[in-house]
Design a binder for this molecule. Sequence first.
Ligand code: ATP
Length: 280
Amino acid sequence: MATCEHAAAAGGQTAPMQFEENNLSEVKRVIAVLSGKGGVGKSLVTGSLAVELARGGAKVGILDADITGPSIPRMFGMGDRRAHGLGKLLLPEISATGIKVMSSNLLLQNETDPVLWRGPIIAGAIKQFWSDTSWGPLDYLLVDMPPGTGDVALTVFQSLPVDGIVVVTSPQDLVSMIVAKAVNMADKMNVPILGIVENMSYVQCPDCGRAIEIFGESKLDQVAETYNLKVLDRLPIDPALAAACDAGTIEADLPAGTLPLTLAAARAVEAHEGDEDKQA
Ligand SMILES: Nc1ncnc2c1ncn2[C@@H]1O[C@H](COP(=O)(O)OP(=O)(O)OP(=O)(O)O)[C@@H](O)[C@H]1O
């Protein structure tokens, strides 16, 4: 049996159809934030990029596809909120500065309840977050991907119209196969990689401001060259930012000018509908 390119990437299985967008959603660009493994700061990068895009006047949403480890609602101070419905559709929760969020955490009774769902249910949740959620008009929908390059990540790439990928790494990943896995997945899914962000790249000396590379000299440029990737930004280890994420105050506390190159790369992504205004 002949298989399409996406199906071949999935090991020869027949590719599922893309999930349909409902008529209350008008999403112009979908950008996925991916990491080869968990805990590298993918959610922090997703949240920070959303805040920076919104500060520039764009309409932004975050689809938290990290179904079993959702951290976006807490970052935006909505840990105790629950999503509401509108007829058959779900309504995203809206943050203090207007960022729309849909996450499995908004569907649980308690923020601390574990999500003990199996693969097909998780895929169903992602479908709900796209097809059954009323996103309204959005310039950017950022997808906080599940960690790694497994089944759920594959579902997202096969089912949502992803326009570009930001790969997040930490210095330790750069010497392993982890970046290669993320890059290969993006290649096989035929989605362009906007570039790579190195999180927890260094610590800034509080006295002189010098960057101290506590994991040794960064290999980012070397890795970027190997995989023909653009280096976007390097983020320092910043305890104040981690505290803001925990306290739900990322919108107020994210330093201005965080992730400048990632922001520029996101803005340069073509809108599905041929939108001319890339500054939004
Ligand atoms: N640059 C940073 N400085 C300080 N703390 C950070 C930084 N980046 C991430 N952290 C902290 O590390 C933890 C993991 O970050 P985050 O949840 O963003 O990672 P993740 O890759 O999305 O994890 P998972 O894959 O498990 O969802 C969080 O407590 C976060 O606040």
